[in-house]
Design a protein around this ligand. Sequence first.
Ligand code: GLY
Length: 432
Amino acid sequence: MRVLVVGGGAREHALCWRLAREDGVHVWAAPGNPGMRSVARCVPVAADDAAALADVARREGVDLVVVGPEGPLVDGVADALRPQGLAVLGPGAAAARIEGSKRWAMAFCRRHGIPAPAFEVAEDVPRALELAARWPLPVVCKADGLMAGKGVVVAETRDEALAAARLLAARGPVVFEEFLAGVELSAFALCDGQRVWYLGEARDHKRLLDGDRGPMTGGMGAFAPVPELDEATRTQVRGILRAAVAALAAEGVPFVGFLFAGLMLTAAGPRVLEFNCRLGDPEAQALLPLLAGPIAEHWLVAARGGLPGDGDAPRAPEAALGVVLASPGYPEAPRAGGRIQGLCSDGGVHGALCFHAATALRDGEWTTTGGRVLTVVGRGSDLATARSAAYRAAASVQFAARQWRGDIGLPPGGGREGSGLPDPSESGGRRL
Ligand code: GLY
């Protein structure tokens, strides 16, 4: 079987790695990145160039196209590829709106009784200021469109709410949402337009600094599974994903691909904070290594709309944890060009998985090319073992002034004291 993975980040590296483990599966990546060359053939085609992607798929006899990032999906890349006769795992633009427009997604939840926070939408700056002046605090202010995880402000004070309203409304509509307290997690499903195959859950750490401080990022690490999720709540989570897929189908926009629910586990049950139309990054780097059994055939069946029913993907009874190594200056102004030491010649690390996002290989030397550089993923029989493996391997990969969090996988406020794990500040981490 031949699979084309669209995208070039660490999530797509993890997709290629997982697919390439299966006998008889051959993987191409567009555009891919140098770190994934041991598992995929990279072709220099942009993730949003549907015509060139279709050419590659035809030329290489591709059976299945898996689209990684949200941007091309929201822009309709799957709609452009399907009429070429390609099986595509990724929703068309109409269904991808569930991620592309936060106000559409919240209204969709309301229309279908899917549990979500109360919300109101401001279409312009005066209305945004009016809502910011009266919504109970804290209030969540969200830009409507795609913002790479950086369009959300949790305003604790009236001044912060007004400032967020001014900033976000200058760019477009703003959603004001009830703030919910609880345990946050990301839940994932493989969908064929009608049926839902639960893939599992993970948690990411979105802020730059330990203790959930500092600016929002694309994600500084993730782990799976999430210990706080009991079986009864997992059943509710599956129910939310199924309800969303059924509602999309009922609205005439069947969702084929990976549906990602960003959830808050509240005292009253899980609530949807957002839906996304793809796998999470860095959640996929922790989730995919846990998927057991053959997946490629199953994903092809889903892309063709033929899953035999709802179900659960087989998962190894293990844990995985990923630590993101980021460039200095990330997220505001990442400084690239740092020489990376400690990687094997194929880009791997000893004792863990290493998924590349922003690296280059020149004359046998690995260098950084952007903000989030690598995700180093440890696996083990439980979260603590996976965590030790990830941090031990991550500590062996060095580049100047790299940034990483030391508390991935610890409960909020857990700190790294007493963990016995390497401290980033002693090994080239962000404090140097
Ligand atoms: N890690 C969150 C996301 O992928 O949107």
